[in-house]
Design a protein around this ligand. Structure first.
Ligand code: AMP
Ligand code: ZN
Length: 297
């Protein structure tokens, strides 16, 4: 693989993993062993999702800007947004006439169409939007895996990418139902990390707000923690457990017991799990076991 972006001081977990192709601007392609690992990890997540009989969904790549605005996404995370835009009439003519690619490898274009959609920044938003107005007779569970897009200040293969894969398992129900879901999931995960010799700790965290100092949502998350991250080897969040209270229930008219429903999600970053499972940290046996599984897959 091309590890240009891995600095000299970076440990080399990827030496143990063939088939990662690293691209400029923070994207990766997988084949061979890496692709098998990617699928094995997602199968593991799916088995966990089945424990809650989570209904699987497949969503489009883009998500409505209007809907994201409704939940304050652009105010909170303007630095992460990735646009999906088309060329306006004038710009189409310009492209048809001349080579628009500049020396810097970027397109020099005159005009883009209005931006009504952006590339999905987190998988679970699609559920609340798609389920708008639903009344739930019991706690309901859903799962999806989505390519997610976030602009970051720097990129590193598997660890920090501009596009990465996120598997989520979501619970919509009463406060009690959502709390139990998150607690039970955390117990399952603790057992998994322990039995696989993975050095992962659960750490209370906040979302990466653009301007935490002035964000009322940041202050609220600080006062009443709602996000717990699964931190691998003291530095890399490979997943998170999130309690949204009735925030999405209120925004999208989701009801449980005639009141705004509560929701919570467990989110896993697949590429970061690939990194963690193959890294030289933690239990040597674990890496050997996953390597064997990979060779058998
Ligand atoms: P979050 O919604 O921020 O809790 O993200 C869920 C999970 O997605 C994180 O715990 C990471 O495992 C993964 N993730 C988030 N951002 C990135 C990124 N830039 N590159 C790779 N994985 C990421
Ligand atoms: Zn989520």
């Amino acid at each position: 693989m091309n590890c240009d972006k891995l600095g000299a001081t970076e440990p080399a977990p990827l030496n143990h993993l063939d088939g990662v192709l690293w691209h400029e601007h923070g994207q990766a392609s997988f084949t061979g062993q890496a692709l098998r690992l990617f699928h094995l990890i997602d199968q593991l997540f799916l088995r966990w999702a089945h424990l809650w009989a989570a209904q699987p969904y497949e969503f489009p790549t883009m998500i409505s800007a209007k809907e994201l605005n409704k939940i304050g996404y652009f105010r909170s995370f303007p630095h992460l947004v990735t646009f999906a835009a088309g060329a306006d009439k004038e710009c189409q003519q310009q492209m048809a006439k001349e080579d628009c690619l500049g020396q810097d490898g970027c397109l020099a274009l005159s005009g883009l169409t209005p931006i009504s959609e952006v590339l999905t920044p987190a998988a679970c938003y699609h559920f609340y939007i798609n389920l708008e107005g639903s009344k739930f007779d019991s706690a309901s569970y859903y799962t999806t895996v989505a390519k997610c897009f976030r602009r970051e200040s720097e990129y590193m293969p598997l660890k920090r990418q501009s596009s990465f894969s996120m598997r989520e398992i979501v619970c919509i129900g009463s406060a009690q139902e959502v709390t139990s879901f998150l607690e039970n999931f955390q117990v399952l995960l603790s057992r998994f990390f322990e039995s696989h010799g993975l050095p992962v700790k659960f750490v209370q965290a906040t979302d990466p707000f653009f301007d935490p100092k002035t964000s009322p949502k940041y202050l609220m998350q600080k006062l009443q923690p709602i996000k717990t991250e699964m931190v691998f080897d003291g530095h890399l969040a490979i997943g998170s457990l999130n309690f949204h209270r009735n925030f999405f229930g209120e925004a999208y008219g989701l009801e449980r017991n005639s009141k705004a429903a509560y929701s919570g999600c467990v989110a896993f970053g697949l590429e970061r799990w690939m990194y963690a499972l193959m890294s030289p940290y933690g239990d040597q046996l674990r890496r050997e076991m996953w390597t064997q599984r990979l060779n058998a897959a």
